[in-house]
Ligand binder design. Sequence first.
Ligand code: G3I
Length: 317
Amino acid sequence: ATTLRGYADGRGVKIGAAVGDTPLTSDSSYTTVLDREFNSVTAENAMKWDAVEPTRGSFNWAAADRLVAHAQAHHQGVRGHTLAWYSQLPSWLRNGNFSVSELSSILKSHIDTEVGRYKGKVYAWDVINEAFNEDGSMRSSLWQTKLGTGYIANALRWAHAADPAAKLYINDYNIEADNAKSDSLYSLAKQLLADGVPLNGIGFQSHFVVGGVPSSMKANLKRFSDLGLEVSVTELDIRIPLPASAAELAQQSADYKTASENCLGVARCAGVTVWGITDKYSWVPGTFSGYGAALPYNESYAPKPAYTGLSNGLNPN
Ligand code: G3I
């Protein structure tokens, strides 16, 4: 049978997985599936600011370097995740009382350092992550509050200068449907492009509940694609209230097919990344109590109906 990456390679797109630091080094079943089925990886946590610079000026690149080396050894692309985000900031940054100009140079230095380190090794960066509130207003992150919305254009320009070949993305959740949040992002994206800011793509995280793939998703992704941008599904998982019934697992399979087709059926869809490989390591149960079973493989690495749905979504025939 053709693998997920076999289908993806055949149509020139990525099928990626978010990769955890621990399983990458400790679980051979994990890497067997990762390397057989996926042609792209995203560091689930290893490239976040709190992971790479826990203390100001002292860096911890080990886990991120390990993932990048693994990906290169297995001919997988790397999505960089993530540079300017409101969450997972190290305490020295979160609690510091910096002037506007100092904070701006701290953000620039972070981008120069991290994007520069992986120059030529990362094909796309989630430069901006989760900048919007649900009603379409700007989230009051450290960046937004202190630097204003202009931090977004600046971060994109700094990232482009550090690695001109990398595709630069704005990534968010609950923007998959045509709604107030995606409308605001659409307006921002349009303005950034008009201002000549190096924005290349929009990442639709796509953290869904079973049965909850928005009916407006394909049309919504198309309007961003029609701006000339890439679109990517960047963090797909589809959680189910536990215990998952056979009917819910079947619905999840259909949802994986639909969600992937909603991107792959749109011009400039760069690919689909699932936020993990196996239910064994998913972030979902720890965050949404009573939910789980969100990924294509179960805890024992058996492919679920979701795997077949994803495979059918990727299979162009
Ligand atoms: O590494 C520490 C460890 O040293 C410590 O002992 C342990 C207990 O405190 O925490 C560990 O850090 C955890 C980290 O995952 C690594 O496991 C953090 O507490 C925990 O908050 C963190 O959760 C991650 C979350 O982002 C927050 O960064 C999830 O694994 C990750 O799946 C999730 O991914 C996010 C995307 O980055 C952005 N989109 C939403 C998505 C889901 O929240």
